[in-house]
Design a protein around this ligand. Structure first.
Ligand SMILES: Cc1ncc(COP(=O)(O)O)c(C=O)c1O
Length: 368
């Protein structure tokens, strides 16, 4: 493995310092929740033992209940979705294998295979195509060595979603080729027209990844999971997980279970609020001629593109935005894309801060 720190992590708000940012539009989650927000009090009698290696049974039951035909045995609890992606990549990919992965993407989906030295074909999503995946390009990219087709749905950083037909077509493509389809579904609970089927329920060759970080706003408990109906593969993933950390944190898993028990109560109002915010961003975009976008249908981010060079170039824009206005967004290079596009997160700040941040973007685009 050749580890290189990713720009999205080096320049992340938590590394830069939350206190130095007034209007944080760089996040990809809803607002971070506290235990009090969630109505949780930590009990003092949770035994601090090694937990079940696959993760707490009840937590896995709650996760499996989301997909028809899935059981707790198909679920492995991991250190965030990031941990799941790491386990999958290191278990299935090597320098003699081949990966097909969409780009832009959440950086780990690109970087861990790179650290492994796995030959990769990137399926570049284009603004002009509405950031939709060209399935013919995916099919053409497959080689006898291809082990994984990797997609993210809803997508980060664009918020674009696959249709059910596209998801099934990708699943069929992977099955026909004898490789795996990896679907990073970390934003699935934030699907505005309803979620697609949980991908792992489509067949034993499909692997789903998700977490509590984004829709539930609890990234600090580092709870994610992978789902696979292939018992032999699950055994390999479990071996990886045991070698990394034996088991997860029993306190984190206890909290995660409480969150999942309250799932419907948490998600209902949240989806309503995020739809409202998406409309707010849409209204702003409609009046902002220096930007164009592909309207998202999931997640809490979008990936607008500048229509003209701002004063001082993109560097000048990002500097003014942060230093003069205290506003922060995710520049294109976080996603291996030009800085003329940026990720705008509308779920994390307060509504008032979101509006102030949007106004700051408009001002900074004009050199103000
Ligand atoms: C698509 C996607 N997958 C995985 C992750 C990792 O999230 P976590 O490890 O907090 O669950 C992120 C975080 O931004 C993401 O956007």
């Amino acid at each position: 493995m050749r580890y290189v720190r990713m720009p999205i992590e080096v320049e992340s708000p938590e590394e830069y310092g939350y206190a130095r940012i007034r209007f944080n539009l760089s996040e990809s989650s809803v607002a971070d929740q506290s235990l009090a927000d969630l109505g949780l009090t930590i009990p003092t009698d949770v035994p601090l033992l090694y937990g079940e290696h696959r993760g707490r049974q009840r937590l896995r039951d709650l996760i499996a209940a989301e997909g028809p035909g899935l059981t707790a045995a198909d679920v492995l609890i991991t250190t965030g979705a990031a941990g799941a992606l790491f386990i999958i990549a290191t278990s299935l990919l090597g320098p003699r294998d081949h990966l097909v992965v969409v780009r832009p993407n959440y950086a780990t989906n690109l970087e861990t295979p790179r650290a492994i030295g796995c030959p990769t074909t990137h399926i570049d999503l284009a603004f002009e195509d509405g950031f939709r995946i060209d399935l013919a390009k995916v099919a053409a990219a497959l080689t006898p060595a291809t082990k994984i087709i990797s997609v993210t749905n809803p997508h980060n950083p664009t918020g674009v979603m696959l249709t059910a037909a596209e998801l099934h077509a990708l699943s069929d493509l992977a099955a026909g080729h004898g490789c795996r389809l990896l679907v990073d579904e970390t934003y699935r609970d934030l699907s505005y027209d309803g979620p697609l089927p949980l991908a792992a329920s489509l067949g034993a060759h499909v692997i789903s990844v998700s977490s509590l970080s984004k829709a539930y706003g609890v990234p600090g408990i580092r709870i994610g999971w992978l789902i696979s109906k292939d018992p032999a593969l699950q055994e390999i993933f479990l071996a990886a997980s045991e070698q990394i950390g034996i088991c997860g944190s029993v306190m984190d898993e206890w909290m995660a279970e409480q969150v999942m028990e309250r799932r419907a109560a948490i998600l209902g109002p949240r989806l309503t609020e995020m739809r409202r915010r998406l409309k707010l961003v849409g209204d702003w975009m409609a009046g902002e001629d220096r930007l164009e976008w592909v309207k998202p249908s999931g997640g809490v981010v979008c990936f607008p593109r500048m229509t003209a060079e701002p004063k001082g170039g993109t560097e000048g824009f990002y500097r003014r935005l942060l230093e003069d206005h205290g506003a922060y967004v995710g520049p294109g290079h976080w996603f291996e894309r030009p800085d003329s596009s940026f990720r705008l997160g509308y779920g994390w700040p307060t509504s008032a801060d979101l509006e102030a941040g949007l106004a700051a973007i408009s001002a900074a685009l004009r050199g103000g």
